[in-house]
Design a protein around this ligand. Sequence first.
Ligand code: PLP
Length: 407
Amino acid sequence: MNPVSSMFDRLRSSEATFHMPVYGRQPVAFARGDGTRLWDTAGREYLDFVAGIAVMSVGHSHPKVVEAIRRQAGMLTHVSNLYYTEAQIQLAERLHELLGWGKVFFANSGAEANECAVKLARRWQREQGRPGRSGLVAALGSFHGRTVATLAATGQPAKHEPFAPLPPELVHHVPLNDEEALGAALDDGIGALLLEVVQGEGGINPATPEYLKAARELCDERGMLLIFDEVQTGLGRTGKWFGFQHAGVIPDVVTLAKALGGGLPIGACVAREEVADAFRPGDHATTFGGGPVPCAAALAVLDVISSEGLVENSARMGELLVAELREALESNPAVKDVRGVGLLVGVELAGEWSRDLVDACRERGLLVNNVRPDMIRLSPPLVVSADEVSRAVTILAEVLHGVAEKV
Ligand SMILES: Cc1ncc(COP(=O)(O)O)c(C=O)c1O
């Protein structure tokens, strides 16, 4: 038997036996990455337009990130938040510098960063003498994580159903970009509004600048916190350092994760100083959050994003990707829409074919991701080149041509 396929079969059978069956994995195991490329265990090369779900913004195995991880791990790996470490303190300073405001809590994931934001909103409202304002408003179609609170905040009823009942007093959902519905939902029981500036998992749905401005005004008028979940959109993904900079609307709290650690698990909840100071020692904590190794990796990631001009490249390559996709797919009846902000791009299909398309692209050496049955997401590393954009468009157009013939 071919040793590579027997190795893969062993991985698959072991996973089926020893893992909880929550993932519908694709039939490939990866061994190595470099920049925008991945190699599977058989040595086959792929162009990666998934980037570990919008995580590997500086590319796979960036030498500066690898070196920072190696150096920090060789010196000190973990001591917990009972003590100070230099990397964590520096990273908070760096995030403050990038935003121009804020105090940070470091978590281990996007969901945990959002969990912190939800608790902080309650704590802040209590400090204001409004303990009854424990509710949250979030958008339909949103995704905020898989913990109980962040799942409740996620505006996708199908994801709630197997775990009902979720805390019913916690979240009220409104349609995105409907100012009237938002005005009606932000009532006396609500302490905060949680929004993605572009819904990623929900299908690349941008909040309009007008909607974000109205959200800011309503929150100010009614004493509510505006929280932007920039776990997916932050740190250059949309062609600006933060997605909210497109609309010029500053939130009270912003959450980050994904790209921050360059592949190591780290999340950050950053809040305006006066809001952050509502927390008291002991109100919130984590054993691993802000560990020296992920913080050292994050410092290197932020340096690379700056020094290599990756925010600008994201804006340029994002425009090119959308323009080339629109041109290549213009007359394809299988395609309903192409849209994107920076390098967060979606191809909406006229039918539920995205799973098959992911397989067909992978067979041709291109990795893409199906966020919905009718939607393909493209979120390559921000180091992607114009040639690689064209190559991905050619493969996707070829595969979609095959679908169009069957429509
Ligand atoms: C906008 C947004 N928020 C939160 C999360 C949850 O992040 P994590 O999977 O790191 O918990 C995600 C993950 O896709 C996300 O896209």
